[in-house]
Design a protein around this ligand. Structure first.
Ligand SMILES: O=C(O)CCC(=O)C(=O)O
Ligand SMILES: [Fe+2]
Length: 334
């Protein structure tokens, strides 16, 4: 539900991307140990990486490995269930907002083939009667995997907290108050996506994930050590993202690009099919799409509007929820 492509024509997803040259550039990881030792230094490094690539690689993120492992093991156990059992948790017509989106359903905008993936979505739980409940569907939980609910929601909460920490550094980089984002995302319509890319036959049509941009504020991604994730660099070259073990990949989504009048770019990315020696391996990755609170109004931050970078969205303020709905319609998910 978080994906759309602007430029599929330039990079048809039906091409054989693994044969395209990937440039030798790579993103320098930033260590989160700097966060407490030298917050300004951390913010500067993170901000520089985002301005340059729209992506950053964060080492030493401090997430509890036990929380991640428990959620991942449960997701793997779920994906290993028979197809007809899994499909009980598919809710057609809801854009895959919660529960399972089966293999062969999602495609990047304009793509002629579907992505070679299936995924499970977990969203925020709010108390009965909360005014934001109308924007957020109820989660669904499989009964076949004991612990799934507790572990998956534990991971949602851990990623949510880490995302808010990272946003403090982004706020510092943008010379806003460090807590600028706090009351704008604390009840955001965020989604944890547990992704399963099965082994890929040599003659598979399509790619694991076609070229797209994320719709949300920032995305926190674990599991990109298994190769395939690439970003489209400013000069049009595809650049492999090869994080060190256990590192977190973070990228800017369309909502933050819009808020910052493109000072922080939402970069096109994709997941290409594996090299022959890795074709027999599944890939599991877990993006957390951090969203604004549904009623936050997105308009260019005054500090990002300059004579060299005039407001690209003058007179186009939009509520986060309307922006999301518009984008999901564009990609025909709702
Ligand atoms: O699996 C990955 O590495 C990235 C997935 C992604 O870009 C997405 O789901 O939006
Ligand atoms: Fe993405």
């Amino acid at each position: 539900m978080e994906t759309a492509s602007k430029d599929h024509k330039a990079f048809p997803v039906t091409a054989t991307p693994t044969t395209e040259p990937a440039s030798g550039r790579s993103i320098e990881p930033v260590s989160m140990t700097l966060y407490d030792a030298d917050f300004q230094g951390f913010s500067d490094q993170l901000g520089a990486s985002f301005e340059r690539y729209g992506f950053a690689v964060i080492a030493d993120h401090g997430l509890d490995a036990a929380i991640i492992d428990a959620a991942l093991e449960d997701a793997k156990a779920f994906f290993a269930l028979p197809e007809e059992v899994k499909r009980r948790y598919h809710q057609p017509g809801t854009g895959g907002a919660r529960g399972l989106t089966p293999f062969g359903v999602e495609a990047a905008k304009g793509a002629t083939t579907v992505d070679l993936k299936e995924f499970w979505h977990v969203g925020r739980e709010l108390p009965e009667g909360h005014p934001y409940r109308k924007y957020m569907r109820d989660n669904v939980w499989p009964t076949e995997v004991p612990g799934f609910r507790e572990h998956l929601y534990g991971m949602f909460s851990a990623m949510d907290a880490l995302g808010r920490r990272i946003l403090r550094a982004i706020a510092r980089h943008l010379q806003l108050g460090d807590d600028y984002f706090e009351d704008k995302v604390q009840l955001g319509n965020s989604v944890l996506r547990m992704l399963h890319y099965p082994p890929v036959p040599a003659d598979a049509p399509g790619v694991r994930a076609g070229a797209h941009e994320d719709i949300n504020v920032i995305t926190l991604l674990l599991g990109a050590e298994e190769a395939g994730l690439q970003l489209k660099d400013a000069d049009g070259e595809w650049l492999d993202i090869a994080p060190p073990p256990n590192a977190l990949v973070v990228n800017i989504g369309d909502m933050l690009q819009r808020l910052t009048n493109h000072v922080l770019p939402s970069t096109t990315h994709r997941v290409v099919n594996p090299a022959p020696e890795r074709r027999g391996f599944a890939r599991y990755s877990t993006p957390f799409f951090l969203h604004f609170n549904p009623d936050f109004v997105i308009e260019s931050l005054p500090s990002t509007v300059t004579p060299e970078n005039p407001d690209r969205y003058a007179g186009k303020a939009i509520m986060a929820e309307d922006f999301l709905t518009e984008r999901l319609r564009e990609i025909r998910l709702i």
